[in-house]
Structure formats: structure tokens, C-alpha cells
Write a new protein. Structure first.
Length: 193
């Protein structure tokens, strides 16, 4: 679908073929051209995108502690500031395709969406270019990590270069911990809502 409306955003060859180009803000991007065309979208796409609304309750903005080279995605343009890609679909600076990397990419994207909403409410012109003093969070891939379940209670893992095995894992894979992580207290019955 994205290929049809913004073909330059999809990598056409090489190891990332088929993946979506993104800036470190996780916004969908296209290669920067020396001379920009009037529009990278079909008339129908421009019409559909103009109907999108960026409204919602304002929340405080977040900052990112990540330090990255400011020019590492300078060769990319963001034709539509409110379109993001994360996870296995995104060509995200060498990040492995795994749930935890998609989670952190999603966090950056969500925070940036909120920042864009707040900025557009302040300016009163949703969808317009945000001023240069406005900074979006930037994604930096963490160290690769993986866990492979081997039956109900055993697993192999690699975290921070350390390979290990766990022989006494919880049968529910500690799923209730995610409820607590999200700030929700749930008893055994509440786990199945």
C-alpha cells in the first residue's frame, strides 16, 4: 500500500529491500533530491492526507537521552510528518527484527506523535512544517538481544553478548509482569479480560 502512494519510501534493492525508509524520528522518509518535485503523492493521496486530523489531549513532551550523529539521516526528507513506521517494516539503522526493538521504536514514534500534536495545537496549523526549534526524539538501536523458548519452562538467551540458558522459567512466560509494567494491577482473574 505504501509503495503505491509513496514509492520512494520503500527500499528497492539490497539487504533492506521492501523495508520502509525512516528517519531517526521513525517518520517515513524518502531520499532527498537536489530539486524537490511539487508533490511526491498522487492527487488522490494528497486529498486523503489533507482530511487527517491530529487532535487529542495535550500531554507533556518527552526528551531523549540518545546521542546520535545529527547528520546521519540528513540525506532523507519527510514528505508527510505524521506518517511513521516501526518494527520489522522499518529500515531502522541496523536494528534487529525483534519485539523489544519494535517496542522502543514505537515509544519514540508515540512520543514524537504527541510532540507533533502539541506543536500543531500551539501553531494552530496541523500538518504544516514544524519550526526548526522543535526537536523530535531520535531512535538509536540498542544491543541485540534474543530469548528462545524451549518448551514450557526452558529457554536460551543472549543479552549484552552473554549467552545463557534458563531451566526454570514460568509457564506463563511471566506475562503478568507486562500488566504491572503498564501500571495495571490485575489479579489472576483479571489476567484473562
Amino acid at each position: 500500500m505504501l509503495q503505491a502512494i509513496m514509492p520512494d519510501s520503500v527500499v528497492s534493492s539490497g539487504p533492506s529491500k521492501g523495508m520502509v525508509r525512516v528517519k531517526r524520528s521513525m517518520q517515513i522518509a524518502v531520499p532527498r533530491l537536489s530539486t524537490k518535485p511539487e508533490s511526491r503523492f498522487s492527487d488522490e493521496t494528497v486529498e486523503l492526507l489533507s482530511r487527517l486530523s491530529l487532535t487529542g489531549s495535550a500531554i507533556h513532551s518527552w526528551e531523549t537521552d540518545a546521542e546520535v550523529d545529527d547528520d546521519d539521516d540528513a540525506h532523507l526528507d519527510v514528505p508527510c510528518a505524521h506518517m511513521f513506521a516501526i518494527g520489522d517494516a522499518a529500515d531502522a539503522f541496523g536494528a534487529i527484527n525483534a519485539g523489544h526493538t519494535a517496542y522502543y521504536q514505537g515509544e519514540i514514534a508515540a512520543r514524537n506523535i504527541i510532540k507533533l500534536i502539541i506543536a500543531s495545537e500551539r501553531k494552530g496549523d496541523a500538518g504544516k512544517e514544524v519550526s526548526s526549534d522543535f526537536e523530535l526524539g531520535r531512535y538509536v538501536p540498542g544491543q541485540p538481544a534474543i530469548k528462545i523458548s524451549l518448551g514450557l519452562t526452558q529457554s536460551l538467551y543472549q543479552v549484552d553478548g552473554v549467552v545463557g540458558k534458563k531451566m526454570d522459567a514460568a509457564e506463563d512466560l511471566d506475562a503478568p509482569l507486562m500488566w504491572k509494567f503498564c501500571g495495571i494491577e490485575a489479579d489472576e482473574d483479571g489476567m484473562f479480560l
